[in-house]
Structures are given as C-alpha cells and as structure tokens.
Design a protein around this ligand. Sequence first.
Ligand code: PLP
Length: 350
Amino acid sequence: MSQYSPTDRPNGPVIADLRSDTVTKPCAGMRAAMAAAEVGDDVYGEDPNVTALEQRLADQMGKEEGLFLPSGTQSNLIAMLSHCGRGEEVIAGDSYHVIRYEAAGASVLGGVALHALPVAEDGGLDPEAIAGAVKEDDSHHPISRLLSLENTNYGQAVPLARIKAAVAAGRAAGLSIHLDGARFFNAITALGCGAEDLAAPFDSISICLSKGLGAPVGSVLVGPRDLMKRARRLRKMLGGGMRQAGVLAAAGLYALDHNVTSLAEDQHRAAALAEHLRALHLGTVTHATNMVFLTPRDGLDIVGAMAAQGVRLAAPAPATRMVLHSDIDDDAFAAILNGFTQAADARGAA
Ligand SMILES: Cc1ncc(COP(=O)(O)O)c(C=O)c1O
C-alpha cells in the first residue's frame, strides 16, 4: 500500500482532506484571475501569462529560462531526458519521487538507468554514497550523468549545507544536478533562506504550483537555455505542449503572489497537530514542514475512525501521512483536532 492508495470517503460531508496538498481547490481570487487571463497559443510562444510565469520563476531561481508543464511528473521526466541520453544514468534517493512514484518513465521512455541510493534521516544523500555510486568509464556500466535531489523529501527541508555537500560530490564526478523541488517554497520557508540560495547549486529545478501553492495544475522547470531548448522539444514530443494555457498560468502567477507566505501557517499547524497526536498517544508521530506522519498503535483503524469524523486520511504505508494546506482554515483545523480527540476517546472506551 502507498500513500496514494485509495481510502474510504467519509459517509457525510468531507470537513477536511489531509491526504495531500494536491487536493487544494482554486479560491475565488484565483478563479477570477484565471477567468480574466489574456491568452494566446503557447505552442507558438504567444501566451503572455505562460511566458510571464516561466520568466518569473526562472528569474527568481537565477536561471536563464523556464518551461510551463502540466505536472511535476512530466517536469522531472523531461529534466531527466534533457540531461541524459540512452544508456546513461540518474543517481537519486530510493524514497525520492523520481525513483518511487514516476513509473520509471525515464527508463521506459528514454532508456535511462536509475540508481537508487539510501536516503539519510534528514532526507539528503550522503556524499560518500554518491561518490560510490558513480560508475567508472567501463563498457559494462551505464554512464553516470545526473544526480537528482529532492527538497522537501517527505516534508523534510534538507539543510543547505547537506545539499551543497551532495552537489559537490556530484560535481566532482562530472555529474549534472537536478532538484525535484515539488515543494521548493515549503523548503525555503522552513530553511529561512532565499529562493536563489537553494536554487544556486542546481542546473535544473522542477517547481510544482499545484501542491501547497494551491493552483489546480502546473509545474515549471527552470534551467540554462541549451537544456531548456531540449526540454521544450521533449515537451512537444510527450504531448505536453498546451495551447491557451494562460488560464492555468494565471493561476500559477496568482499562487506566487498570494500563497507563498501562508506556507508558514501550514507548517505551524502541522507542528500543532503533531503535538496534539502525541498527547493522545495514538501511535508514533513525526512531523516536518507541512506534513505529519502517524504510525497508529496496533489494530487502530485511524483512517476509518477519522472518516467517521469527516476527515479524510491517506492509507497507512505504514505511517499515515497528513498534509496541511491552504484549504484547511481555522474551523477545519479545529474539527481535525476534535476528530482525533473523539477517535482517541472511542478507542479508550473500546
Ligand atoms: C516530491 C514530488 N515530486 C514530484 C511530484 C509529482 O507531481 P505531480 O503529481 O504534479 O505529477 C510529487 C507529487 O506529489 C511529489 O510529491
């Protein structure tokens, strides 16, 4: 079972959905921005909102160009295929999304090998492990080409010093470096650094707009001009060239204007939820940035118990991941805390 396995819906109204921050729905202001968006055919490069979004994120990350894509999965795939040819290799963490949850797309579609390394407790990769994974130039081996890191990883904001040490190990071996920054803005919020501080070590970065930032669709891949030229060709090849995509890009621009600072609020709520769960002794609890993980005590069906309270949770794998996001306001958060208290009381009474 994975965190993406289906779970039962609450019978009554859904008060809160903690399965992921991908479940956020566009707010009224975002919908108004989408409705008012001027559009053009982006495959001809004529959509002003797409162009503005791509350039804005590229500038913010200190890179030359950006490319608007339908999803984080396609963005990572296109990054890997832009960096690597057939018979070449990506080195990444074994729990990273590119290894575990992207259907091995780079291997299936691009003949790219994936080498998975153990992920350290802080979500980073150890420099020694990276150096050890790089293959010597020998006809028996794939050609090591790309190191792909992830920040945040399972909610953990990997510290800059750890990122820089991993990147240095990759550079020493001549690798290009990509960041799956699906939750890039959660990471810099937790690390208290600027976007360019985290972006600088990387050649390419994939940033998702449809997670904590609350846009309905979209990711942007940023990087140097020559790489992005290959990425643009691959996007067309994969059917990701969208026409009047400005309605979606307008949602992304709105998200960057309005939804970045509230990520800190999600992180405060995650910490408060973790504290509440610990006090209720429902199981083992950890938390990082906007995510809380509960490994329920033996036999406790926490997903079912919370569904009865109108709160939707992800399947335990073995921990149940709970993700705080902008669709959870003060009332919903109070209902979540109360729901867990009820579940604990019911458990005590059983
Ligand atoms: C770390 C990470 N990378 C990439 C993705 C892929 O994004 P998408 O669902 O838009 O394909 C996700 C999705 O949850 C993710 O958590």
